[in-house]
Unconditional design. Structure first.
Length: 179
């Protein structure tokens, strides 16, 4: 597998850990347990700052090069590009809802629970589609020249949650992932 795809795959593995933590928090809320809302806020902050802005941008660059290939699965790529926009918008909506919840607004707890559940389903479906379909096609069909063009268009940005230079703002997530 090309190193760019390996890096994206690792990003998916990292995001899976965060999504599993979000699932656990969802289960806790549904079970009536009190949860630390700052963890939910950090999860959304992390998704907005890395997967939504950096990871998807990298994928989009790769997808645009792949679209130039005659064998390209155009419908699949267009769907994934649209999902990147949808995911970014859903993450923004979820952030607003969690902020309202943190402020003890009259937002119904069940509404946030439903939105988190829908959000998780969308994220899992997207990850599974990329891992199960597009990455194999990209690895098989993109040429060395394609990868050179792609790499020239990308800047490397380390995942702020999973690199050695972990940002302080994600300490609650890190504590729960490692603890």
């Amino acid at each position: 597998m090309h190193p760019q795809l390996q890096e994206l795959h690792q990003d998916h593995l990292n995001l899976e850990k965060v999504l599993r933590l979000l699932e656990k928090k969802l289960t806790d809320v549904r079970g009536g347990e009190h949860i630390d809302l700052s963890v939910l806020s950090e999860i959304v902050d992390y998704v907005q700052s890395y997967p939504d802005l950096v990871h998807h941008k990298h994928e989009n660059v790769i997808f645009m090069v792949y679209l130039e290939h005659p064998s390209c699965k155009n419908d699949l790529v267009q769907r994934l590009l649209e999902e990147h926009t949808l995911l970014r918008n859903k993450t923004q909506e979820l952030r607003k809802d969690i902020e309202q919840w943190c402020l003890d607004s009259p937002m119904l707890r069940e509404r946030v629970v439903d939105k988190i559940s829908d959000y998780l389903n969308l994220q899992w479906d997207h990850l599974n589609l990329e891992e199960g379909s597009i990455f194999t096609l990209l690895n098989e069909e993109l040429t060395a020249n394609d990868w050179e063009r792609i790499e020239a268009s990308l800047s490397h940005t380390a995942d702020p949650l999973f690199c050695n230079l972990m940002r302080k703002r994600f300490e609650h997530i890190s504590d729960q992932l490692c603890g």
